[in-house]
Design a protein around this ligand. Structure first.
Ligand code: CTP
Ligand code: CA
Length: 225
């Protein structure tokens, strides 16, 4: 009988992956969110599990099934994700932040449904959410590998490199939303892996394949730490 499966080169490693969008409530009926499907993060969590890692997936609301053999923690808002990630981060060997976290949330959440008024316009005051990845970069323990994602529609390399430095990351995976076959709701992606001193471009491939390539690179770099 031929053995099938992937090499178990992550056995014994603890990995935290985040995925999906966050939802920021306006009132009991409405919220602010983004187009993240969660597919990239779920593919990474699954690939880590197949390679033998002990995987925790902190995920915003998606239409995907929780991956088997992964400790899946569902969250709704950026604040929930912050709490669930920060409370587990010190234990982790690798953290991969594929989630699309809201940068702003409504300053106040109305207890009652907001009724429309006679004015033609209305505005909702927003406040900044905490940057989870920045916190993780500031509190990175020795040997821990921190990988972020970067979604851009222009100046992808320059902007992503800035995020890598500002958040003290070991790698950032950049995707340009305007490229065909890349981005939020597709099953495929075109990504560029950026480290402090190197850039690796991957061609168009399924998000599952992207996940395996990312992990190959992360393990190679982690072994040199
Ligand atoms: N991120 C986070 N917490 C936030 C915002 C973003 O942890 N409050 C993480 C994302 O999960 C992602 C990385 O930061 O891994 C980059 O997110 P991105 O939205 O591309 O960049 P920002 O730093 O938020 O900058 P901007 O949206 O202005 O491009
Ligand atoms: Ca952002």
């Amino acid at each position: 009988c031929k053995s099938v499966g992937y090499k178990k080169d992550m056995t014994g490693m603890k990995v935290l992956v985040t995925a999906g969008p966050t939802q920021e409530a306006i009132d009991p009926v409405r919220y602010i969110t983004n187009h993240s499907s969660g597919k990239m993060g779920y593919s990474i969590a699954k690939a880590c599990m197949l390679r033998g890692a002990d995987v925790t997936l902190v995920t915003g609301r998606t239409s995907l099934d929780a991956p088997l053999f992964v400790n899946t923690i569902p969250i709704v808002s950026a604040k929930d994700m912050y709490r669930e990630v920060i409370s587990r981060s010190q234990d982790m060997d690798i953290i991969i932040k594929a989630a699309a976290v809201a940068d702003y949330r409504p300053c106040n959440v109305s207890d009652e449904k907001i009724k429309k008024k006679d004015d033609d316009t209305m505005s909702i005051p927003l406040e900044r959410t905490d940057d989870i990845l920045k916190y993780l970069g500031e509190h990175k323990k020795a040997g821990q590998f921190l990988c972020g994602f970067s979604m851009e529609t222009q100046n992808m390399l320059t902007n992503s490199k800035k995020k890598l430095e500002k958040k003290n990351l070991d790698m950032i995976v950049a995707n340009n939303l305007k490229e065909q076959g890349a981005g939020f709701e597709t099953d495929t992606n075109i990504v560029t892996m950026i480290t402090p001193d190197q850039i690796f471009e991957l061609e168009l491939m399924s998000k599952e394949e992207v996940a395996f390539h990312l992990l190959d690179k992360i393990l190679e770099l982690k072994n040199k730490m």
